[in-house]
Each structure stands twice: as structure tokens, then as C-alpha cells.
Design a protein around this ligand. Structure first.
Ligand SMILES: *Cc1c(COP(=O)(O)O)cnc(C)c1O
Length: 406
């Protein structure tokens, strides 16, 4: 196989070019579009070569759980877009977080997270890892002094998501990186919502960028995927051993889908962010809407920081609360708006060309206790909209069907 460009070669090129040109590995046939290698095993040229490859002394694929050429292409292209030295991919976003934690943490270590992170992330770190003696605390996302106050002598990892799901809270990546490093810890950033098209956390000091490739990297709602971008040392010495023994390997077909998804990431994120901004402005003026959460709106509490950190755009996800007198009515009204839709999808996913709407309190955040849910600010009247590529008039009309009949 010959590789046209590896990630370091493409560094001087623009991101749009890297998105379609980085990590093109052609076979002897010279195919222009990236090949999909469906194989679980590899034939070795000699017993000596096999021994060297298994020992890591020679490059070459050995077994599907450890690596695959299509998977490598995806990893190298994502690394190029994130401006990261290396990348390792996984079967889903959650398994990327599991790999990160298994690689970095041991019993007695402490993880510090935002309390408004993705529901399954809170569950994994707060409950599942606790069984193995890993300590954790969760602080208000936007309160830097709370992050500072919660750092302990055994804090090994700070983990933030920005903007958050579903309230689009933004945190200052540079400030958290400084805090982590002055405390002898690492900073990991879940970059699902912004993607490298808008935000590159490593350029702001983050040590690890975590992705759910299931979302905008694929962009068309087809496959599950996950990844960690980091230094060569972290990827090869800390995370790769966990992949080899833990087997949270990304399937080659899924890798091929997200690899091709990366080619249109920039275009999609720009178009979908523009639609989201227009929809947020319309919702903010709607009489049935109490509040809109969107980083691109001047009413957003970290509007300035968000635009500075996200290349002037707000991303494609917004949330809004319907007006209601109490929690029961709020839930009933949110359900009414969602059930009145005829075009948009009622779906807990995001990162699709189709607009997806969800009720976080009863779905993505349904497993949390009421106390955890309140702390995350996910109230019963909240609806999340992951804005897609339908015509804006049709998106507005579909939401207005329910909103104007409340
Ligand atoms: C979806 C999501 C995840 C988990 O990713 P999966 O691919 O579903 O495992 C983590 N973080 C955020 C912000 C997400 O939206």
C-alpha cells in the first residue's frame, strides 16, 4: 500500500483539503476512493516477520482487533483535522471514554468532570468506575472557581464537554487546560458538538480530544464510532494496550463510513450552524417559548467565549423550554410539541442531516436521579433540536404546529 499523504505531511494544507486528502492509502489498483478492507486476519510474509510484527518491532497488520488499514485511514484523517499527533478509534463514543479511563486511571485516582456532561458519561464515571475505586466529582460547567476548588492531590484527569448536551453550556478550554497542568493532571475534551470543523481543543491546550463519531463525523446517522486524539505516547503506550486486551475495536465498515463522512464535515457544520442560528432566533421570539439555549445567541451566558473558541459559529444543536406553570404541565407541553411534528424526527440521536428532536429529561437523561438531573439543569419542558439540512421554513413550520397550539 502506498500512502499519498500522512497527517504530518498535510499539516501545511488547509483543513478542507486535509478532510478529503489526508491519509489516502491506495492499494496496487490505484483506487481513487478509499478502499474498504473487510478482513479479520492478515497473512504474514514469514514467521520471522510475524514475530516482529506481534512484538511491535515492525509495522504490519496482525489481527483485526489490533488494527485495519481502513481504520488507520480514519484515525490519521481525524488526527489531521484535530491537529493531533495521533488518534485511536473505538466502536462507539462511550467505549472511547471507557478506553481513556481504563488507560489512565487506577483505584484511588480522582476524575473531575462537569456536572452537565452527557448522561452516559456521568453514569460510567460516577457509578461504574466507582466500583473499581476510582473517585469522581462533578462541578458546574461554567464555574472555574468550582473546578479549582474540587481539584485534589489524586486528581489525574479533568474531563469537560463543550458545548454540553443538551443545554449548550460552554467552558473555557484554555483555562481548564492550565488548571489541569498546574495540578499535574490531564485535560480531556469531548468535542462531539463542535467537531474539529469549529473547535480544535488541542490548540487550546487540551491533552486528549474525545469523539463520538456516531454524531457529526459520520453526519448522516448510519454507524457508531468513537475516537481519542492525543500524543503518540498516550495513544501507543496508554490507550492501544487497552484496545488490544479490551477489544472495543472500530469495525472496518464503520471506519470507512466515518472516513468518508469527514470529507463533508466542514460544509455540513457551517450549513447546519447557520440553520441553527436562524431557528434559535425564531424560537427566542416565539410566545410559547420560555427560553432558548444556543451559543450563537447574544443571550447565551458564554456567547463571547463560545464564538471565540468555535470559529465564530454556534454549532448545530440548540435547546428550548416551553412556557408552563409547573413541571407536569411542562412535560405534557413538550410531549405535545414533539408529537405534533410531521416532518422532523423524534429521535435521541444528533449529528444527522435530518433534524432530530428529543425530550432529554425522559430519554438521554432519564437514567439520572432527580438530583443529578436538576444539577444538569435538564428540566421537563426542555426540547433539544439537532438541526439538519431541511429547508428552514419547513423546520420552523413543523415545530410551530405544536407550539402555536399550546
Ligand atoms: C453521543 C455522545 C456520546 C457517546 O457516544 P456514542 O457513540 O453514542 O457511544 C458522548 N458524548 C456526547 C456529547 C455525545 O453526544
Amino acid at each position: 500500500m502506498s500512502s499519498d499523504l500522512n497527517p504530518s505531511d498535510t499539516t501545511p494544507l488547509h483543513r478542507e483539503t486535509q478532510a478529503v486528502r489526508a491519509a489516502v492509502a491506495r492499494s496496487q489498483y490505484g483506487e481513487n476512493s478509499e478502499a474498504l478492507y473487510l478482513t479479520s486476519g492478515y497473512v504474514q510474509p514469514s514467521a520471522e516477520a510475524a514475530a516482529r510484527r506481534f512484538n511491535g518491532d515492525e509495522d504490519g497488520f496482525t489481527y483485526g482487533r489490533y488494527g485495519n488499514p481502513t481504520v488507520t485511514s480514519f484515525e490519521q484523517r481525524l488526527a489531521a483535522l484535530e491537529g493531533a499527533p495521533a488518534c485511536i478509534s473505538t466502536a462507539s463514543g462511550m467505549s472511547a471514554i471507557l478506553m481513556m479511563c481504563l488507560g489512565l486511571l487506577k483505584a484511588g485516582d480522582h476524575v473531575l468532570c462537569s456536572q452537565s456532561m452527557f448522561g452516559s458519561t456521568i453514569k460510567l464515571i460516577g457509578s461504574d468506575l466507582a466500583k473499581f475505586g476510582v473517585e469522581s466529582s462533578f462541578v458546574p460547567q461554567t464555574d472555574l472557581s468550582a473546578w479549582k476548588g474540587a481539584v485534589r492531590a489524586n486528581t489525574r484527569l479533568l474531563f469537560a464537554e463543550t458545548p454540553t448536551n443538551p443545554l449548550t453550556d460552554v467552558c473555557d478550554i484554555r483555562a481548564l487546560a492550565d488548571l489541569a497542568h498546574s495540578s499535574g493532571a490531564l485535560l480531556a475534551v469531548d468535542n462531539c458538538f463542535a467537531t474539529p470543523a469549529l473547535q480544535r481543543p488541542m490548540s487550546l491546550g487540551a491533552d486528549i480530544v474525545m469523539h463520538s463519531g456516531t454524531k457529526y463525523l459520520d453526519g448522516q446517522g448510519r454507524v457508531m464510532a468513537g475516537a481519542l486524539c492525543a500524543s503518540e505516547a498516550l495513544v501507543n503506550k496508554t490507550f492501544l494496550p487497552v484496545l488490544k486486551s479490551g477489544g472495543m475495536t472500530l469495525a472496518p465498515f464503520n471506519a470507512w463510513v466515518v472516513l468518508k463522512g469527514l470529507e463533508t464535515l466542514e460544509l455540513r457544520m457551517r450549513a447546519q450552524s447557520a440553520q441553527a442560528l436562524a431557528l434559535a432566533q425564531w424560537l427566542e421570539a416565539h410566545p410559547a417559548v420560555a427560553r432558548v439555549f444556543y451559543p450563537g445567541l447574544p443571550s447565551h451566558q458564554q456567547h463571547e467565549l463560545a464564538l471565540a473558541q468555535m470559529g465564530g459559529l454556534g454549532g448545530a444543536v440548540l435547546s428550548f423550554e416551553v412556557k408552563a406553570s409547573d413541571a407536569d404541565q411542562a412535560r405534557q407541553r413538550a410531549f405535545h410539541v414533539l408529537d405534533a411534528m410531521q416532518v422532523l424526527s423524534l429521535s435521541t440521536n444528533l449529528g444527522d442531516t435530518k433534524t432530530l428532536c428529543a425530550h432529554p429529561a425522559s430519554t438521554s437523561h432519564g437514567r439520572l436521579t432527580e438530583v443529578q438531573r436538576q444539577a444538569a439543569g435538564v428540566r421537563q419542558g426542555l426540547i433539544r433540536v439537532a438541526v439538519g439540512l431541511e429547508h428552514l421554513d419547513d423546520i420552523r413550520a413543523d415545530l410551530d404546529r405544536g407550539l402555536s397550539s399550546l
